[in-house]
Design a protein around this ligand. Sequence first.
Ligand SMILES: NC(=O)C1=CN([C@@H]2O[C@H](COP(=O)(O)OP(=O)(O)OC[C@H]3O[C@@H](n4cnc5c(N)ncnc54)[C@H](OP(=O)(O)O)[C@@H]3O)[C@@H](O)[C@H]2O)C=CC1
Ligand SMILES: O=C(O)CCC(=O)C(=O)O
Length: 437
Amino acid sequence: MTTTSTPPTSGPTQAGSTAEPPHQKASALATAHSQLANAVEILGYDPGLHEMLATPRREVNVSVPLRRDSGEIVLFRGYRVQHNVSRGPGKGGLRYHPSVDIDEVRALAMWMTWKCAVVDLPYGGAKGGVSIDPRQYTQAELERVTRRYTSEIMPVIGPERDIMAPDMGTNEQTMAWVMDTYSVNQGYTIPGVVTGKPIPVGGSLGRTTATSQGVVHTTKAALAEAGLELSDASVAVQGFGKVGSHAAAILAGQGARVVAVSDQYGGIHDEDGLDVAALFRHVAETGTVVGFEDAEPIDNHALLALPVDVLIPAAVEGVLDDETAHTVKARWVVEGANGPTTAAGDRILAKNGVTVVPDILANAGGVVVSYFEWVQANQAYWWTEQEIGEKLEHRMHVAYQGVSSLARREELSLRDAALVIGIQRTAEAHQIRGLYP
Ligand SMILES: NC(=O)C1=CN([C@@H]2O[C@H](COP(=O)(O)OP(=O)(O)OC[C@H]3O[C@@H](n4cnc5c(N)ncnc54)[C@H](OP(=O)(O)O)[C@@H]3O)[C@@H](O)[C@H]2O)C=CC1
Ligand SMILES: O=C(O)CCC(=O)C(=O)O
């Protein structure tokens, strides 16, 4: 295990750079640094504070060996980055994806800091990842990988230190393995070390759909500002995983016309609206949205360019960039994914009059209910689904109104307004605690 407190690649020099060469993929970290630099400029912070906000507090970089069911040994890289812990313990998901690397995890951890602050949770921001494609491994293999990764990062996690949750490629079963590994090592059951657990071991009602529910609350709020209701709106969703699938289902349940969805294998399109309940059955049988009858195939690029009211990217980073953002015809982009829009993509969308509801606000419903789960685990008393739903809606409403009114007052984009709120709250915690003079 290597633990460093000052990573070599962060800092205001990178943080300040906003220009990407044309047709070169902007990394998630470049996007995160560019967003931070914009907000720091608006806030008028000095370079020392900027550097502090740009730099992760702690990073853990581990090897995760796996003996496959066949006996073969393979090795993965694992990471846990605690970007900031000034407002409380680190909080953030664990990602299993082949493209995971330290810079991606740094970006995701930074976004968690701002996100937790925007919805005013007593947390800092963290993220973890393992460079594995979970689709290629058996459940038994994934369990061994998860337990080994957890053992390696054990010194830095815990209910008061850093609390994990599912992200891309992981799920509530992964969280149960993390919790069990951690608890067995401590000698007693500690449900508060992870959130997004199965209900029988201390999970919260409503967590499975919370991120998507939050996406729907913010979509509704954004449409309402233009006098529209969900039942007036057409929607396209990129990604049909935990976030995208439930967002599509909730939106369709509330009367929106979900005309297209996709996954990594491709997409499907029906201008009259997809039967999302039937699509869930198709995905359960086949593992992909592709091949769903009563719909036309569509590729992921064409989906982004559909003439819909709302586009919800809910898959990977950087899909709306200097090449694709020009093609977007939606009036609203509501970011279910983390970092789906690059800095160049953002500028193009703004120029074309597309309103972006940013990730650190739009997809915060997941971490909000994670917080409720942690509170429930700590007090060993669980709320009803209705209580969770009402608390989530209230918190998302307050956060959206705070961001939206700052945006109007200061003539900022919703992204800059959300960043300013999140970054200001984080910097304030630093200053009050005396970590920054
Ligand atoms: N889970 C949560 O609570 C939260 C998640 N997020 C963010 O939401 C996003 C999605 O996460 P989540 O739903 O949990 O992840 P999942 O792993 O559950 O689902 C990811 C989805 O994206 C699809 N996908 C992967 N690559 C591509 C691609 N290149 N083009 C189109 N689709 C693709 C996957 O396809 P396939 O099914 O074929 O693999 C899958 O449908 C991530 O950015 C995550 O960080 C944000 C807040 C909370
Ligand atoms: O629920 C959580 O703790 C965090 C979920 C997450 O990883 C995210 O919001 O990006």
